[in-house]
Design a protein around this ligand. Structure first.
Ligand SMILES: *Cc1c(COP(=O)(O)O)cnc(C)c1O
Length: 426
């Protein structure tokens, strides 16, 4: 905070497409999609119109005991695009809440099913599922989470399969992580309610990409041991990985799907937790049985947010966004390796779709990290800003998360800025 107080903040005044403008009129490419949320660009006429039209009808009406037109239509649209079998939608207003809801529903599900001892949750090392206490309990990033230890219901941590961190081949990393998971599940499954995972890419951990087949392997183990699978697609959802949802890459239908960040196209805070008829049915019963899921946020299912989300989904379809991303993803992949593959201060380049993490190291050969106190990642990003690209690192990992409608030539602008930023490392 002291550093922040000593610095001159950049004040954003307006935005257009992929660019943000500050109060001095400077233009910046939004290289992290305003923290991973912007999908079709800023100030998009179609989404603007949808919100304005909804504003002319009703800005908010409660979903506690009532429904609204846009929230109803959005639920139907989400069920259409989600992995088959996820037919029930529970709204909230942040990714953390979407995770809390999945954890609480999974916990209560087993109570209703007569297996009340199934109470614990498994998560991956380095996991990030949000900042509320339940989500922190299944988190694995000591820098964010350690201080709150005494407040938490601690989850069970299992190794993540990132080959860079594991320092083996992707196949070895996957086999190691899956066998460690099976060991935990076979010993403790009677006490375990669910497993939570960021499918394909652990975002906040530094874009740790999972080897092919890992996610489907986890899904198989969860089925085998009667563990509810919670896919936290708050970061990976809505096209980020090159498919609508990351789970699609491996044909996985989780028991819960948590979505937020990109849901409204990056416009408004809205989240949803999708689940199956099986889970939903466990909550049905006579009033006296108290099977109700007692959880509801005041602004849940907000109609303006739902209208924005519907407009965003229309744009996905109308503009064939995901198909159009594919050549740009290929271009990004190629350019990353051409430009940075041999860079002496880049230890690893991780990419899945439009999620990129470039890991900075002081020595590539020995994979020695920089001293954290140097804040090298922040320094590189600050330099990139000088030539008009906004980035926010995760420690010494440079994150690239451009809007999904970014073109190949804009990718070049983004990578030029990273190259320029890297020159501060001497
Ligand atoms: C950002 C994020 C969250 C938390 O979402 P908020 O809207 O910030 O509460 C949860 N899970 C993942 C994977 C995220 O990236």
């Amino acid at each position: 905070m002291s550093e922040w107080l000593d610095s001159e903040p950049l004040v954003i005044e307006r935005a257009e497409g992929h660019y943000l403008y500050d109060t001095d009129g400077n233009r910046y490419f939004d290289g992290v999609s305003s923290l991973w949320v912007t999908v079709h660009g800023h100030n998009h006429p179609h989404i603007n119109r949808a919100i304005a039209a909804q504003l002319g009808s009703v800005a908010h009406s409660t979903m506690l005991g009532l429904v609204s037109v846009p929230a109803t239509e959005l639920a139907a649209a989400l069920v259409q695009i989600a992995p088959t079998g996820l037919t029930k939608v529970f709204y909230s207003d942040s990714g953390s809440s979407a995770v809390e809801i999945a954890l609480k529903q999974a916990f209560q599900y087993w109570q209703h099913k007569g297996r009340p001892q199934k109470q614990r949750f498994v998560h991956l090392a380095d996991a990030y599922h949000g900042d509320t206490l339940g989500a922190v309990g299944v988190g694995g990033m000591s820098v964010f989470h350690e201080v709150f230890g005494p407040l938490l219901v601690a989850g069970i941590s299992v190794p993540n399969p990132n080959p860079y961190r594991f320092s083996g081949s992707p196949e070895q990393a996957k086999a190691h992580a899956l066998s460690a998971l099976e060991e935990v599940l076979s010993a403790q499954h009677e006490d375990i309610a669910g497993l939570i995972i960021e499918p394909l890419v652990q975002g906040a951990a530094g874009m740790l990409v999972q080897p092919d087949g890992y996610l489907s392997g986890v899904a198989v183990l969860c089925k085998r041991y009667d563990i509810l699978l919670i896919a936290d697609e708050v970061a990976t959802g809505f096209g980020r990985t090159g498919r609508m949802f990351a789970c699609e890459h491996e044909d996985v239908t989780p028991d819960f799907l948590c979505v937020a960040k990109g849901l409204t196209g990056g416009y408004l805070p809205l989240a949803a937790t999708l689940t199956t008829q099986e889970v939903f049915s466990a909550f049905l019963g006579d009033r006296s049985e108290y099977r109700t899921f007692f959880h509801g946020h005041t602004y849940t299912g907000n109609p303006l947010g739902a209208a924005a989300a519907l407009a965003s989904l229309e744009l996905f379809e109308r503009n064939d966004v995901i198909a159009n991303m594919q050549p740009v993803i290929t271009h990004l992949q190629k350019e990353l390796h051409v430009r940075f593959g041999d860079h002496p201060n880049i230890g690893d380049i991780r990419q899945r779709g439009f999620m990129v993490g470039i890991e900075l190291v002081s020595n590539k050969k020995t994979q020695t990290p920089f001293d954290a106190s140097q804040a090298t990642g922040a320094m590189v990003c600050r330099a990139a800003r000088e030539i008009g690209v906004l980035l926010r690192p995760l420690g010494d990992v440079i994150v690239l998360m451009p809007p999904l409608t970014t073109t190949s030539s804009e990718i070049d602008v983004l990578l030029d800025a990273v190259e320029y930023g890297l020159e501060v490392i001497r």
